[in-house]
Structures are given as C-alpha cells and as structure tokens.
Design a protein around this ligand. Structure first.
Ligand code: SAM
Ligand code: DTB
Ligand code: SF4
Length: 343
C-alpha cells in the first residue's frame, strides 16, 4: 500500500459560522477530501469558543465523551541517540544530564508492564532512543512485545526507523501500534532535525501501515514554530490515507542542554486550539494530550479534554521526564466525571 500525503485540497472554503459543516466532513479515516493548510489556519483563527464548540460537537459524534484512554510509557533504552532532534534530551548531540542506559532486561519490562496494568493502564508503550533498531535489537523488542501482550495489554513501541520486514516481525509478536511522529511541518522539519529527512519518516510509516499495524503519529508544538507550521503538521497528519488511529500532541518539554531549552512558552490557548483542530480534522482518531502535562494546571487539561483530547500518557514518568503522578491523574479524571476507556 502506498501512503499518500496531499498538500492541497479541492475544497478550500472556510466554514464559519456554519460550524456543523466540518462536523459532517472527513468522518471516515479513509475519506477522500483533503485538508488544505489555509482551511486549517482558518479553523485556528475561529473565535476560541466557536472552535472548541465545533471540536466538542465532532468529538461527541464519534466518541464517548466520558472516556479517556490511558497509555503508560517505558523507556526501554535510554540516551546516546545518534539523531540530533533539537527538542530531545536523549540525543547524543546535546549535553543534558541524562544517564544513558542499555536495553532493559525482559523481566524488568514485564514488571513495569504489570505495574502499569495494576494502575489501570490499558496500553503499554515502549520507547527506545535508536535511529533504527538492528536485527538483534528488534528480536529483543519482539520478545518484550509478546510478553506484554500475554499480560492482556495493548502494545505500542517506538524504535525509530524500520527496515523492510521489521514491522512484520513486530506484528507477528503481537504489536498493536507503532509510534512514529512527523513532529512538525515538512518546511520546519530541517530546522529541528538534520540527521534524517521528512521522507525517512514517511517511509517507515508506510512500512508500518503495510504490516497492518495501527499508526500512532503526531507531533510537538511549542518549538518556536508559527501557527502556519502547526497547521502544516495537522494537514500532513489529517491527509494521510488513512489518517493515524492515534495522534499524540506533545507540548515541548524544555530540557536544559537541548537547543530548545530557552524557547518561549506557547500560549496555552494555542495548544488547546491545536487539540481542537486535530479533533476536527481527524474525527475518529484518539487524540492524545501527551508530553507537557506536568506544566499544565487542571483547568487547562480539562479544556484540552473539552477540545477533544481523549487519551493521556498515564504514569509518573514519560520517557525521561516527569509526568503527573498516576494518583493525581486518577483524582483529576474523577473530579471531571471521566473514566478509563476499556481495551
Ligand atoms: N527515537 C524514536 C523516534 O524518534 O521516533 C522514539 C522515541 S522519541 C523520544 C518519541 C517522540 O517523543 C518524538 O517523536 C517526540 O515527538 C517526542 N519528544 C521527545 N522529546 C520531547 C520533548 N522534549 N518534548 C515533547 N516531546 C518530545
Ligand atoms: C509521543 O508522541 N510522546 C511520547 C511518546 N510518543 C513516545 C514521548 C514524550 C517524550 C517526552 C520527553 C521525555 O520524557 O524524554
Ligand atoms: Fe533519538 Fe527519538 Fe530523541 Fe530523536 S526523538 S533524538 S530519534 S530518541
């Protein structure tokens, strides 16, 4: 199968104030209509309340608004990554305080997954700071996937670029999702990462799709990009055929020693707008309120849920940086009348 990305769309109309129009569109994640960047920018430019009302309307026609999907992350191989992603504390190109760690032994991975399951997570996501796994590394991860799947959890891994055949090996081991983010728009990509190209990302995403794995693909905002760049990222995601099942929206976690450590904060409402625009353009996707929650207060997170986020990373740690404590998240969900989505 070929993954097609459309940068232009036949319909460039701005749907305001007929808010229902967008709610009716792109309801299938194989829909043939594309999202033009100008039309996405126009969504961003709606009055804030109109935008989140529209996003909530779309959300309710495709999802149970009381459910939040919970995924727990584990870094199975930490630091010393050869890639130079400007945001990432794990890049060997940056001087962060991070301790590098080799591939985690299988029994430790299983213990962490059991703990995540006991805490109520339904999906276990394992991340490795690799450019691309070797055959041997992939076999080790496949064993981990099988063991986690045997616990009755959904599985996700993010290992960098995959070579032909590797996605199939993971699928055979019981993998459900592969996470591989586009991260930013094609135009901005080169200012953030120089050691791989946008096309490298697309090639791996195609391999993942061809192996019948579900795609988890999103990006990061708050890296000093313009609104148009954010719209460009969303357009690329929404125009994938099919668009990803899972869309993580990360707010930059600023880590000392990375080139982006001193980036000015993104306006929190712009972050909420990004969630809303992702929801409207990818109605059936799970939109994950991902990295950056530690710096958000409860009201801002509630606003993100209202804008259509219906998934979070759950557990005290992301990969290498802190996440809200699980107990605090449980309390937040309870206060909001939200509950964990089953399976
Ligand atoms: N090395 C693999 C890769 O890049 O695909 C997998 C791990 S990588 C850490 C997974 C994702 O984490 C990145 O694509 C990026 O979106 C996100 N990420 C990394 N550092 C981040 C940061 N400081 N703030 C927000 N998101 C970050
Ligand atoms: C994603 O989009 N965000 C997660 C997950 N996929 C792998 C990772 C966030 C990492 C944040 C920085 C860190 O903790 O190292
Ligand atoms: Fe490596 Fe992934 Fe971090 Fe980039 S984001 S430096 S590829 S771990």
């Amino acid at each position: 199968m070929t993954l097609t990305l459309h940068s232009t769309a036949p319909d460039t109309a701005v749907h305001h104030p007929e808010l229902a129009d967008n709610a009716k569109q792109n309801t299938s994640n194989t829909a043939s209509t594309g999202w033009d960047i100008d039309r996405i920018v126009a969504l961003y430019e709606l009055p804030f309340l109109d935008l989140i009302y529209q996003a909530q309307t779309v959300h309710r026609s495709h999802h149970d608004p009381s459910k939040i999907q919970l995924s727990t992350l584990l870094s199975i191989k930490t630091g010393a990554c050869p890639e130079d992603c400007a945001y990432c504390p794990q890049s060997a190109h940056h001087n962060t305080d991070l301790e590098r760690e080799p591939l985690m032994p299988l029994d430790e991975v299983i213990a962490a997954a059991k703990q995540a399951k006991a805490n109520g997570a339904k999906r276990f996501c394992m991340g490795a700071a690799w450019r691309s796994p070797t055959a041997r590394q992939l076999d080790d991860v496949a064993e981990m996937v099988k063991a986690v799947k045997d616990l009755g959890m959904e599985t996700c891994v993010t290992l960098g670029m995959l070579k032909p055949g590797q996605a199939e090996t993971l699928k055979d081991a019981g993998l459900d999702f592969y996470n591989h983010n586009l991260d930013t728009s094609p135009e901005f990509y080169g200012t953030i990462i120089s050691t791989r190209t946008w096309q490298d990302r697309i090639d791996t995403l195609e391999r993942v799709r061809d192996a019948n794995l579900k795609v988890c693909c999103g990006g990061i905002v708050g890296m000093g990009e313009s609104r148009r760049v954010r719209a460009g990222l969303i357009a690329q995601l929404a125009n994938m055929r099919p668009y990803p099942e899972s869309v993580p929206v990360n707010n930059l976690v600023k880590v000392a020693g990375t080139p982006l450590a001193d980036t000015p904060d993104l306006d929190p409402f712009e972050f909420v707008r990004t969630i809303a625009v992702a929801r409207i353009t990818m109605p059936k996707a799970m939109v994950r309120l991902s990295a950056g929650r530690e710096a958000m207060d409860d009201s801002l997170q509630a606003l993100c849920f209202f804008a259509g986020a219906n998934s979070i990373f759950y557990g005290d740690q992301l990969l290498t940086t802190p996440n809200p404590e699980a107990n605090k998240d449980r309390q937040l969900l309870e206060r909001l009348g939200l509950s964990a989505q089953e399976g």
